[in-house]
Design a protein around this ligand. Structure first.
Ligand SMILES: [Zn+2]
Ligand SMILES: [Zn+2]
Length: 343
C-alpha cells in the first residue's frame, strides 16, 4: 500500500525504489485500486511511466471495484497526457503473443519489402530491360553500385545490438534480503545518497549515466537516442553511427539509381524526338522506370532531410572517439607489422 500512497502523492523516486526492491506488497487495495490507478487519478505521468515499465501488461486493463481502468480514471479527470500515454502503452503491451511481435515488426518488414521491391523494379525495368539498349561495362558497373549500396546499408545495420544493458529480471519472486547482488547494489553511493532516479525498476539495475529505458524493447540502453520503428530497433551508443552510415548509403544508392534511370529514358534511342512523342513512348514502354523514379525521388527527399536532422543532432567528438581511434590503431598495428617484415 506504500506504493499506492507514493504513486498518489507523485513521489516518483520512491515508487521507483519500492518497485526496484519488489516492495509492492499486496497488489490491490480495498477499493480495488493498484498503484497505477492512483498515479492516473493524480495525473502523474512520471509515476505512470515507471509503473508501466516495471509492471505487468495486465495492470493497464486492471479494473477497480467500480469497473474502471487506470486510463478511464485519467480520462475522467481530463489528464490528457496520462490518458494518451496509457492508451499507447495498452496498444504496445496488450497486443501479446505472435500478433504483438508482428505489430512491433511490421514497419521494419514493410521497409525491407519496399526496398527490395524498388530494387527488383530497378533491376528489371532499368538495368536488364529488353526495351533499352544493353548497358556498356562502365555504365553497368555504375548501375549495379546503386543496388550494392542499398543492400549493404540494410544488411549491415539491420537488428544490430544498440547497446542493451544486461537486466537482472526474472529473479524477483525468489529474491531474498541477503541476496548478494541486491545488497551490493544497495551499497551503491548513488542509492545511499537518495539518487533513485538512476534505478530502473523494470530491468532491476542501476542505470549508468546517459542510459535510458526503451519501452518498446523493454530494455535499458546506453546513450539512447530514440527507438526507430522503421528498423524495429533502438538508435543508441553502439549503432547510432552505423544508423547514420545506413542512411548515407541509402541516399547515395537512391541518387545513383535515380541518375541511371533518368539517363536511360532520356537517352533511349528508340524514343521519338518530339517531346509529346517521347512522353507517350515513356508512358507506354517504361512504366516501371517512371514508377521507380517517382518513388526514388520522393524517398530521396525524405531520407535526405532525415539524414540532415540526424547529423545535426550527433556529437562529432563521439565519431572521432569511435572511428579515428580505430583508424589510428589499425595504422599503428600495420606499421609495427611492416617493420617486423623488414627486420
Ligand atoms: Zn530498464
Ligand atoms: Zn528500443
Amino acid at each position: 500500500m506504500v506504493t499506492c500512497r507514493a504513486a498518489y502523492k507523485g513521489f516518483a523516486d520512491i515508487v521507483r525504489l519500492l518497485l526496484f526492491l519488489d516492495a509492492n506488497g499486496k497488489h490491490q487495495d480495498k477499493e480495488g485500486f493498484i498503484p497505477l490507478h492512483w498515479a492516473a487519478i493524480r495525473g502523474n505521468l512520471t509515476a505512470c511511466r515507471i509503473l508501466v515499465q516495471a509492471g505487468k501488461k495486465d495492470d493497464l486493463m486492471m479494473t477497480d471495484n467500480s469497473g474502471l481502468t487506470p486510463q478511464q480514471h485519467a480520462s475522467d479527470r481530463n489528464h490528457q497526457q496520462v490518458t494518451n500515454f496509457l492508451g499507447n502503452a495498452r496498444k504496445l503491451h496488450y497486443e501479446g503473443g505472435i500478433f504483438g511481435k508482428l505489430s512491433k515488426l511490421r514497419l521494419a518488414a514493410a521497409l525491407v519489402c519496399v526496398i527490395f521491391m524498388l530494387l527488383l523494379t530497378y533491376i528489371n525495368s532499368v538495368i536488364m530491360a529488353s526495351n533499352f539498349p544493353t548497358l556498356t561495362d562502365v555504365s553497368a558497373f555504375f548501375a549495379w553500385i546503386g543496388v550494392i549500396l542499398a543492400t549493404t546499408g540494410l544488411i549491415l545495420f539491420y537488428r544490430k545490438d544498440p547497446g542493451y544493458i544486461k537486466s537482472n529480471r526474472n529473479d524477483s519472486k525468489d529474491t531474498r534480503d541477503d541476496e548478494p547482488l541486491l545488497k551490493l547494489e544497495l551499497r551503491d553511493p548513488a542509492i545511499l545518497a537518495g539518487k533513485w532516479t538512476r534505478l530502473c525498476a523494470a530491468c532491476k539495475i542501476i542505470q549508468p549515466l546517459e542510459a535510458e529505458h526503451c519501452d518498446t524493447c523493454e530494455r535499458c540502453v546506453e546513450q539512447l537516442d530514440h527507438h526507430c520503428p522503421l528498423i524495429s530497433n533502438c538508435i543508441a551508443k553502439k549503432n547510432k553511427w552505423d544508423f547514420l552510415g545506413f542512411l548515407v548509403l541509402e541516399v547515395f544508392a537512391m541518387m545513383i539509381t535515380g541518375i541511371v534511370s533518368l539517363t536511360r529514358i532520356v537517352r533511349d534511342p528508340w524514343a521519338p524526338s518530339s517531346i509529346g512523342g517521347w512522353l507517350l513512348h515513356v508512358g507506354y514502354q517504361h512504366v516501371g522506370v517512371v514508377l521507380f523514379l517517382v518513388s526514388d525521388i520522393f524517398l530521396l527527399i525524405c531520407v535526405s532531410i532525415f539524414t540532415y536532422v540526424q547529423i545535426s543532432q550527433y556529437n562529432v567528438d563521439d565519431f572521432q572517439d569511435k572511428y579515428i581511434w580505430k583508424a589510428s590503431t589499425i595504422a599503428r598495428v600495420s606499421s609495427v607489422w611492416s617493420c617486423r617484415q623488414y627486420a
